[in-house]
Design a protein around this ligand. Structure first.
Ligand SMILES: Cc1cc2nc3c(=O)[nH]c(=O)nc-3n(C[C@H](O)[C@H](O)[C@H](O)COP(=O)(O)OP(=O)(O)OC[C@H]3O[C@@H](n4cnc5c(N)ncnc54)[C@H](O)[C@@H]3O)c2cc1C
Length: 408
C-alpha cells in the first residue's frame, strides 16, 4: 500500500498525540482544527502521570525545561483554617499549555489546518471522507475524531452517546502567585490543599503559568470547588442577565449575583487562606460535571479518541493521559496488525475497556465525595473517606496508565 493517510479532526492534545505517533509509523497525517486561534492559551492545571511522560518522551518532547510544578505534600484544612492533616505525597502538576506548546511546535506547519470545521463523515470499505463547513472535502484511509466532548464525529456515528450531568458542578479560579501573601505562599504553594465542607470538595494547587512558566512568583494557583446542584439550580446559574439560558454559560456572561453568592459561601465554608484567593478573583467561572461514555470507538474507517470517546469526571485527573494512551494504542495497533480493520478492532476493544474503567472510578469517587448535605450525621466519616480517596487516587491512575502502556 502507498503511504496511508489519516485525517485527524481536532488539533488539541488528543489530535496532537495521534498526529505524532502515527507519523512515527510512516503515516501521512493532516490535522483539521475548527478554531482559528492558537490553542495554547486555553486550559489550566493538570495532574501528570508516568504513562503520559513516557509517551511524550517517545514523541521526542524535550525535557530540559521542567514539565511542571513539583508539590511535595497534601494538606487538609478545616473551615477555620486549622490543619486536619498534612502528609507527604509528591505530585507533579503541569499546565495544559506546557504540554500543548511543544507538541504543536514539533508538528510541521503544513500538516495543521486551522479554521476547518468538520460537518460530516462519509465512507466506503476502503476510504473515508471528511466534509468541512467551507465545502471542502478530504479523503484518507482513516479518520480520527479527536474533536472533544461535543465531537461532531461521535454525534454523527453514535448519536445515542450523550453527556450525563453528574449532579454537581465546579467553580474554578486561577490566582496569580505574585499576588499571594507570604503566609499563603508558605503553606499552600508546597501543598495540594483540600477543604471538605459538608458534601462538597475544594481542591487547589500551584500550576505553571498559562505561558508554561514554572518560576516561583510567576506561577498560578488553581482552584476547583465541587458543589452539588439540582438541574434547576444549574439552569438558573447558566442563565445570563438577559434571561437567556445556555447549556454552558460563557464565563463573561455569568451573572454577578451568582458569583457573589459563591463568594459568600466561600467566606462561610472554606478555610480563610484558600477562600481569600477565590474571593479576590474578579470573575471565577464554573462548569457542570458530566460523564460521557461512547458505546464503541470504531465505526468502519472512523475512530474516536480522547474526550470524544470518554469524559471522566476531573477527580481522576486522567483526561490527557487517557488521550495519550488512546493515540499510542492506535498507532501501535496499526503498526502491528496486517490490516487496518484488524488494527482498529484491537484499538476499539482495548480502549473501550480502559475508558469504561476510568469512568467507573470517577463515578464512584464523585458519589463518595460530593453528595450534598448530611445534616451532621456521618459527616466527619464521609470527609475522611473523601480525603483518603484523593490521597490514593493518583496511585491508582498511575498503575492504570502503566498497565495500559505495558499491554501494548
Ligand atoms: C475542569 C477540568 C479539569 C481537568 N483536569 C485534568 C487533569 O488534571 N488531568 C488530565 O489529564 N486532564 C484533565 N482534564 C481533561 C483534559 O483537559 C482533556 O482530557 C484533554 O484536553 C484531551 O482532550 P481532547 O484533545 O480529546 O479534546 P479537546 O481538548 O476538547 O479538543 C478538541 C478539539 O477539537 C476541536 N473541534 C471540535 N469540533 C470540531 C470540528 N467539528 N471540526 C474540527 N475541530 C473540532 C476543538 O476546537 C478542540 O480544539 C480536565 C478537564 C476539565 C474540564
Amino acid at each position: 500500500m502507498s503511504q496511508p493517510r489519516a485525517l485527524i479532526i481536532g488539533g488539541s492534545l488528543a489530535g496532537m498525540f495521534a498526529a505524532h505517533l502515527l507519523r512515527q509509523n510512516g503515516w501521512r497525517v493532516d490535522v483539521f482544527e475548527r478554531s482559528a486561534e492558537d490553542l495554547a492559551g486555553r486550559g489550566a492545571g493538570l495532574g501528570s502521570h508516568e504513562a503520559l511522560v513516557a509517551i511524550l518522551k517517545r514523541i521526542g518532547i524535550d525535557f530540559s525545561a521542567p514539565l511542571g510544578v513539583s508539590i511535595p505534600r497534601y494538606v487538609w484544612l478545616d473551615k477555620d483554617g486549622g490543619v486536619v492533616a498534612d502528609v507527604p505525597r509528591p505530585r507533579l502538576m503541569t499546565a495544559w499549555s506546557r504540554l500543548y506548546r511543544p507538541l504543536k511546535d514539533l508538528l510541521p506547519r503544513e500538516l495543521y489546518h486551522a479554521s476547518k470545521s468538520l460537518l460530516r463523515v462519509e465512507q466506503d470499505d476502503r476510504s473515508v471522507t471528511a466534509i468541512f463547513s467551507d465545502g471542502s472535502r478530504e479523503t484518507g484511509d482513516l479518520l480520527i475524531g479527536a474533536d472533544g466532548s461535543r465531537s461532531a464525529v461521535r454525534t454523527q456515528l453514535a448519536p445515542q452517546a450523550k453527556p450525563e450531568y453528574a449532579g454537581y458542578f465546579a467553580w474554578r479560579a486561577l490566582w496569580p502567585e505574585a499576588e499571594a501573601t507570604e503566609a499563603q505562599r508558605e503553606l499552600l504553594y508546597s501543598r495540594n490543599a483540600f477543604c471538605i465542607p459538608d458534601g462538597e470538595l475544594w481542591v487547589s494547587y500551584s500550576v505553571p503559568a498559562r505561558d508554561g512558566d514554572v518560576t516561583p512568583g510567576k506561577r498560578d494557583y488553581n482552584i476547583v470547588w465541587y458543589r452539588p446542584a439540582e438541574e434547576a439550580t444549574l439552569a438558573d446559574m447558566n442563565t445570563d442577565a438577559q434571561g437567556r439560558e445556555h447549556e454552558q454559560i460563557p464565563p463573561p456572561l455569568i451573572r454577578q449575583d451568582v458569583i457573589d453568592a459563591a463568594k459568600q459561601a466561600a467566606r462561610e465554608e472554606i478555610a480563610p487562606s484558600l477562600a481569600a484567593m477565590f474571593i479576590a478573583t474578579p470573575r471565577p467561572t464554573f462548569q457542570a460535571i458530566y460523564d460521557l461514555a461512547a458505546p464503541q470507538l470504531v465505526f468502519g474507517r472512523a475512530v474516536i479518541m480522547g474526550d470524544a470517546a470518554f469524559v471522566a469526571r476531573p477527580h481522576v485527573g486522567a483526561g490527557v493521559t487517557k488521550a495519550a494512551l488512546d493515540a499510542a494504542c492506535l498507532a501501535d495497533a496499526l503498526a502491528e496488525h496486517d490490516s487496518i480493520e484488524a488494527a482498529l478492532a484491537h484499538y476499539g476493544r482495548a480502549r473501550k475497556a480502559a475508558g469504561d474503567w476510568i469512568i467507573d472510578r470517577a463515578r464512584e469517587f464523585g458519589a463518595t465525595c460530593i453528595h450534598g448535605k448530611t445534616d451532621g450525621a456521618g459527616r466527619r466519616e464521609r470527609a475522611e473517606r473523601a480525603w483518603q480517596e484523593y490521597l490514593h487516587m493518583p496511585d491508582r491512575i498511575h498503575e492504570w496508565g502503566l498497565e495500559a502502556l505495558a499491554a501494548e
